[in-house]
Ligand binder design. Structure first.
Ligand code: FAD
Length: 263
């Protein structure tokens, strides 16, 4: 079960070198990786623990953007006065992830590298038009999030930080699965300098934008503008927690609530 090399590098360069091993996996908060190993759904040859790598933690607000280090926990984002001031929607989103144990261990880098189709941060990354900085390049949100558990990251590529441009207005509304707290549906709406963005998580095989809602809100930023604008059920997944039709309906409800909350 645990037949892998454990490494705890003390620099980003050493982490990159260690990750070059085929089938190496980074370990951040372990909230997904450890259960995955326990269930034998992953069998890496090496686990590269990022906790001793300097420069991966912390929050800075500068140049009209909030930049969050990959190893920053959900709790640190949720309780940051800087985030609450610059992008309150982001602090509220982080506060709504899982439970206190998950929030105190789970990290933003681990969450977006994992790109669970019902996770919250992917909605923020896409909805706010964030940029992901890795140890080799910068990747725009629209190119980064590929689909179910899939991203633009190459094997061994490490997320260093995520930069969120400060929007004019934004809010995130989630209807949580009562058991896991993952999103049955989560919708992030944002009015930014570059335009309106609407990102939906929990509905399909990965987070996606809703152009029809973006167009309606560009003309008229109000919940009423979304009357009659919906995502077809054929674009949503159905499972034991809810049908595709139920999820499609929830998207419209959560989107309107988010616009109202953003003001
Ligand atoms: C009970 C429970 C409830 C949860 N509820 C929610 C919820 O409501 N909403 C939600 O969004 N999430 C939820 N989560 C997920 C959680 O928030 C974590 O964010 C997520 O599990 C991954 O973060 P982590 O730091 O633990 O990463 P890890 O588990 O350590 O790693 C996850 C993956 O990311 C890779 N990785 C980690 N860091 C980096 C990096 N810097 N660069 C490149 N790759 C990296 C790892 O190799 C691994 O493949 C829940 C988890 C649990 C266990």
């Amino acid at each position: 079960m645990y037949d892998f090399a454990y490494q705890k590098p003390a620099s980003a360069a050493d982490a990159a070198k260690a990750a070059k091993a085929s089938e190496a996996k980074f370990l951040a908060g372990g909230q997904t990786l450890i259960p995955t190993l326990k269930q034998r759904l992953a069998k890496p040859s090496a686990v590269v623990d990022l906790r001793a790598v300097p420069g991966l933690k912390g929050i800075t607000v500068a140049g009209g953007a909030v930049t969050i280090g990959a190893m920053t926990t959900h709790a640190e984002v949720a309780h940051s006065a800087d985030v609450a001031k610059a992008i309150p929607a982001l602090a509220a989103l982080a506060e709504g992830i899982g439970d206190p144990a998950v929030r105190n261990r789970g990290t933003i880098g681990g969450s977006i590298a994992n790109n669970d189709p019902a996770a919250d941060y992917p909605a923020a990354v896409l909805g706010l038009g964030a940029t992901i900085k890795t140890d080799t390049r910068e990747i725009a949100a629209d190119a980064f999030l590929k689909g179910m558990f899939d991203t633009a990251l190459n094997a061994g590529e490490m997320i260093v930080s995520v930069s969120f441009p400060v929007p004019e207005k934004a809010a995130y509304m989630k209807f949580p699965n009562p058991a896991s707290r993952y999103a049955m549906i989560g919708v992030l709406v944002a009015k930014t300098k570059a335009g309106v963005r609407v990102a939906v998580t929990g509905a399909g095989n990965g987070v996606f934008r809703v152009k029809a809602m973006e167009d309606a809100l560009t003309k008229n930023w109000s919940a009423a503008a979304l009357d009659g604008v919906s995502v077809p059920a054929s674009q949503c997944n159905g499972d034991i927690h809810g049908s595709a039709e139920y999820r499609a309906h929830l998207i419209s409800v959560m989107a309107k609530r988010a616009v109202d909350a953003a003001g």
